[in-house]
Design a protein around this ligand. Sequence first.
Ligand code: HGY
Ligand code: MN
Ligand code: MN
Length: 413
Amino acid sequence: MIAISLPRLTSRINALARFGALPGGGVTRSCWSAPHEEARAWLLGEMRAAGLATWVDPAGNTFGSLGARALSPETPAVLTGSHIDTVPEGGVLDGALGVLAGLECLQVVRETNTPHAKPLAVAAWSDEEGRYGSLFGSRAFCGLLEGNVDEMAAPDGTRLVDAMAHAGFDARRAADARTPKGAVSSYVELHIEQGPRLEEAGIPIGVVEAIVGVRRSRVVFVGQADHAGTTPMERRRDAFLAGADYALRAREHVVTRGSSVSVTNIGVVRVHPGASNIVPGRAELLHEMRDPDPGVLERLAKECAALAHDVARTHRLAVELYPISATTPAQCSARVQATIEKACAKLGLATRRLYSAAGHDAQNLARVGDAGMIFIPSQGGRSHRVDEMSDPAAIQRGANVLLHTLLALADGA
Ligand code: HGY
Ligand code: MN
Ligand code: MN
């Protein structure tokens, strides 16, 4: 039975991990950054050496394909992929696994001359981690870009247009990456689960049924900078204190008033002017919340906005709310899920259906066609941290399931 080469896949995972490698382990490889662009060039070289046709679209999505030189509705392709950008101080598998396992699958199909009725292609999507705006590359590919690229910026203020220009791309042309409906017959992505469920259940393969929506906003409390020593406590309009109050109350609200799977996080806090002897005049919080149900997400977002205004009143200061992004929860294709399960049966692997509590590019592909995801267990459920890891045997199982799923989809499953 056709199988992937684990040594070759492992060697590529280790090679990609060198781009943006951190001294203590893990990587920081933000989209459009120098390490990311060096990694893109390396990936294109690996794709070409594997015998694939390659191209990069106006949104910076990188493709390798077998049996077609482009994606077109005349020859609908079976597409796989993921992303090579990472979060700051991230792991070496989030995204990289799906891109490199996809490359490995296409290379094995080519080397073994395995027939496939439809073209096979692998993509590395731009800015999946949403440093400038969530799931940017796959949104552009699926014709789902919204808002004005001139207003998209990273938490440190770097504008998308400047970051892309520095990498040789024109952000204002990103929408040209839109691909005609019908060019992709189906999409399947291999990814680490990034949570504890599969490992705790002892299940080797997860078949994703649905993917959460994520809503991100910037919550800015505006008080008054003051002397931290001489200003009487009762007169202070401390913006950070309001932010802290909001953080605690918003978390309580989402946990108690959301669904059983609603989650929330505040991962970026910026205090201004930012000195220990100044009462904070301004506090900016990046607040996100997630749920697989769009209705729950919509309700929580409205309730947390009202909560922010309530906190501002309590602390006698102002609050400004700026939505950043909202991804739509997605249902995965029943056909793709069934095809993954058949591949697992063929390989003698137990499976479990589950929803993804992480966002993925597959949720955009699911809005324009048949899309699905294969999960492998994460050691200790760890992810978005430098010690993110999965067992080599789990990586091998996941890549072989991807290989057999792609072949079945390419032959009309
Ligand atoms: O944040 C997420 O859910 C994904 O890892 N980008
Ligand atoms: Mn990812
Ligand atoms: Mn991630």
